[in-house]
Write a protein that binds this ligand. Structure first.
Ligand code: OVV
Length: 400
């Protein structure tokens, strides 16, 4: 990049400091107010934090491509830390093929088939936690539930499932800069990566599960047999930490807003809306990058070809230009549709029907049983270059 356009605001903000990751909201406001697109000199990237521009960039995949990586690293300039994802880190037409196969595996009818077992697990866990009275919404619920139902649905062996959360944390840290968080995630990651790789093999996956169904798609010629394990890897990369953070953030937000918990208790059928609003309010995936394939024009400002663009999904989801003056308030009866917590456009989360099912069932089971969710200590943030969430949310509950 030679000269920056004169209209551009150049900021010295580092979005990947511990402080900004733990509490990104003051930074989000600065970014949104600075302009529709800004330049972050520290990383030499462009950035957008307003809903309109984030949405427009996500839906213009020809200009803002993914095949050069959805993180800070430009795959044209640096070797990726693992073979690129066939979904997240691909563009049409290759992306279209992989996405088609994955979409048929995570079909509406397959997901409907999960409902009764997922419900039984949610009800059993909610019974147990409400009987305990004191529990941690993260370790006892937000981690526990997805770590049971999702690996079962994929068809993974019981042994080694403790590798799933560290692998997800690594994958999401790897979208950011090479800071102490990525260093820490990489330390000792070799056995984690080996377990993931082994678990993507056909002989590791139970027949009838999502993993096995991806191999069946290869038998039918929808994808190649070389591609099947990489698509299984996408399930294991994107399917666990995301739902753990989504469910954890939702319970934390509802416990901090007892009026909203009361509204859900009055009408547990609001569970799916409450989840969408919580995803808007505190988005598990805070950021993704794209790379320009040609000069892009954003609000009259030209971004040259080959530039990294940082999209602040979590900031777009609190943009008052889109959500009004109370964008920072959790309101489970708000129309949260149009949020970009699952992304938007061709890369929009392919697993979202599973995420929504898990969240609906956990929230419903808990809303039917727990009269109140009282925080007993400050929640403890967890730090990740991409994910926003909590490591501890201690609660006291009262049986309904
Ligand atoms: C960490 C992550 C997010 C989304 C997709 C993938 C990974 C993938 O491997 O496809």
């Amino acid at each position: 990049m030679s000269a920056l356009p004169s209209a551009i605001e150049v900021l010295d903000i580092d979005p990947f400091t511990d402080e900004n990751l733990a509490d990104p909201y003051p930074m989000h406001e600065r970014l949104r107010e600075a302009g529709p697109v800004v330049y972050l000199e520290r990383y030499r990237v462009w950035a957008m934090a307003r809903h309109a521009e984030v949405y427009a960039s996500l839906t213009d995949h020809d200009t803002f491509c993914s095949s050069r990586g959805a993180g800070l690293s430009d795959f044209h300039k640096e070797k990726p830390w693992r073979p690129p994802s066939l979904l997240l880190e691909a563009d049409p037409p290759a992306h279209t093929v992989a996405r088609g196969a994955m979409g048929r595996v995570i079909s509406a009818s397959t997901v409907r088939g999960f409902r009764e077992t997922f419900r039984a697990e949610a009800e059993e866990l909610a019974d147990k936690l409400v009987a305990l009275r004191r529990f941690d919404a993260i370790t006892d619920l937000a981690e526990r539930y997805p770590l049971k139902v999702f690996p079962d649905a994929v068809g993974l062996p019981e042994e080694g499932r403790e590798n799933l959360l560290p692998y997800g944390a690594l994958a999401f840290n790897a979208f950011g800069p090479h800071n102490h968080l990525l260093e820490r995630a990489l330390a000792g990651a070799a056995p984690v990566q080996r377990w993931i790789q082994d678990s993507c093999r056909r002989d590791a996956l139970a027949p009838g599960g999502l993993g096995s169904k991806l191999w069946d798609a290869a038998d039918r010629g929808e994808i190649t047999h070389e591609q099947a394990p990489l698509l299984v890897r996408s399930l294991l990369s994107a399917g666990v930490d995301t739902t753990v953070h989504g469910i954890g953030n939702t319970i934390q937000a509802l416990s901090a807003n007892p009026d909203q918990w009361a509204r859900l208790r009055e009408n547990p059928a609001l569970a799916r809306f409450a989840f969408d609003e919580a995803l808007r309010y505190e988005s598990p995936v805070q950021t993704f990058f794209r790379t320009t394939t040609r000069e892009a024009e954003v609000a009259g400002i030209g971004i040259p070809e080959g530039e990294k663009v940082l999209l602040f999904l979590g900031a777009a989801n609190r943009d008052p230009r889109k959500w009004g003056p109370d964008a920072d308030r959790l309101d489970i009866t708000r129309k949260a549709t149009g949020h970009v917590a699952f992304g938007m456009g061709i890369h929009q989360c392919v697993g979202q029907p599973i995420a929504r099912l898990e969240a609906e069932l956990v929230l419903t089971a808990l809303a039917e049983r727990a009269a109140r969710l009282e925080p007993t200590a400050e929640p403890v943030p967890t730090l990740n270059n991409t994910l926003k969430g909590w490591s501890r949310v201690p609660l006291l509950t009262h049986p309904a």
